[in-house]
Ligand binder design. Structure first.
Ligand SMILES: [Zn+2]
Length: 390
């Protein structure tokens, strides 16, 4: 295993979380391919990362309604900053549809200097809203570089929610450098994995995220890549915080003088230790419930619950999976024999315990609604940040 970022070969393997299906594999049958979840940490740049398993095709969902929703309420400050730069006549490039909110708010006044990289035209992706895997895959290809460089060079290149999806961050940055003016800045918006890693939240792992940056590991990794971090802003969210970082390439002389951030090498082991401890606690709880003949359900069929279910080996303990997404109804929860049911079925099914896998901010509303159907159900959340956390 080679480091995704600094290319160092000395990766410390933290844990094999077992075989887990792709989180978009909602089918009518229970036959889906599973992939090994092997987590490692680079001893050089300290970035925690998942090993790539499976071919490229297996990263592209076949179902049309699968969409990666990313939080964007915190982008206001970045938008104000970019507007200021556009007023100073700086040229700005946004690289994907995940920057669309920024583009829509700024395009009217700044048609000339603001550009959104057209994924169909420059990256040869025919799909309308391609996922991050497809975007990064095209940016990594040499053959599209020439096409891309036709659009000129920019003072600022912005990318929201793509960096953590790339399978070769080193090359990804190098290829984007062709579009950046020598003194230009990159601005990356990424999830901050620090909180979930320190909480031992196994459901934070996702096959679409090969990279799990913290502020510290980002600083170290980018310094090793020859970049100076000019600013780093953190935005707090329930469960997963967001980071916005602005970086600039070092001139060679300065690089030697500058001290590189110390690595945080313990975080990876701490994460695994906590995950294993929580798994033990969960299984022992579920065994007791099973002996009492209690019925256990999970509400929310998404990438978080799929990883939670399989990494914790919950097959023998979960009786029902509920989700109110209209397209998921009656499809099989990936890698199991359980059919996804709408939540009104909770009444009929007499559930005693329900684990929630939802965004923390929606939990109370869902609990209130479900309690109207059955007020004896006990609720637990799989998110450590929730007040209902298991
Ligand atoms: Zn590395």
């Amino acid at each position: 295993m080679k480091c995704n970022i600094c290319k160092n070969k000395s990766i410390k393997i933290l844990n094999n979380f077992g075989s887990i299906p792709r989180s978009f594999d909602f089918n009518k049958t229970n036959i889906v391919k599973k992939y090994k979840f092997i987590l490692g940490q680079c001893t050089e740049c300290s970035v925690i990362q998942l090993k790539k398993t499976g071919n490229d095709k297996s990263f592209i969902p076949k179902l049309k309604w699968i969409k990666n929703n990313e939080p964007d309420e915190h982008l206001t400050e970045l938008i104000l900053y970019l507007e200021k730069k556009l007023n100073e006549k700086k040229k700005i490039l946004l690289i994907s549809n995940f920057d669309k909110k920024i583009y829509d708010l700024l395009k009217k006044k700044h048609v000339k200097n603001l550009k959104l990289l057209d994924s169909k035209k420059y990256l040869q992706i025919p799909k309308k809203n391609p996922n991050q895997f497809l975007i990064q895959k095209s940016i990594l290809k040499k053959k599209y570089l020439k096409k891309m460089s036709n659009i000129g060079k920019f003072d600022i290149i912005v990318s929201c929610r793509v960096l953590e999806h790339t399978y070769d961050l080193n090359l990804f940055i190098k290829n984007l450098e062709f579009l950046l003016k020598p003194d230009g800045n990159f601005i990356f918006e990424i999830p901050d994995s620090f909180k979930s890693l320190s909480q031992g939240d196994v459901s934070m792992l996702w096959e679409e995220h090969p990279i799990y940056f913290t502020k510290k590991s980002f600083l170290r990794a980018f310094q090793i890549l020859g970049y100076k971090v000019l600013s780093c802003k953190k935005y707090l969210y329930p469960q997963e915080d967001a980071l916005v970082l602005r970086v600039k390439k070092y001139s060679k002389e300065k690089m030697i003088v500058n001290k590189i951030e110390k690595p945080d090498i313990k975080l990876g082991m701490l994460f695994v230790k906590k995950c294993l401890f929580k798994k033990k606690k969960l299984i022992s709880f579920l065994k007791t419930q099973m002996n009492k003949n209690k019925k256990v359900a999970i509400f929310g069929a998404g990438h978080r619950s799929i990883v939670y279910f399989h990494a914790n080996r919950l097959k023998s303990y979960i009786n029902y999976i509920f989700d109110d997404h209209k397209n998921k109804k009656n499809l099989v929860f990936p890698g199991t024999k359980l059919k996804i049911k709408p939540s009104v079925d909770i009444m009929k099914n007499k559930v005693d315990i329900c684990f929630l896998s939802l965004s923390v901010s929606k939990e109370k509303r869902v609990i209130d609604k479900l309690r109207k159907l059955d007020n004896k159900i006990k609720f637990y959340s799989i998110s450590p940040d929730s007040k209902y956390a298991f």
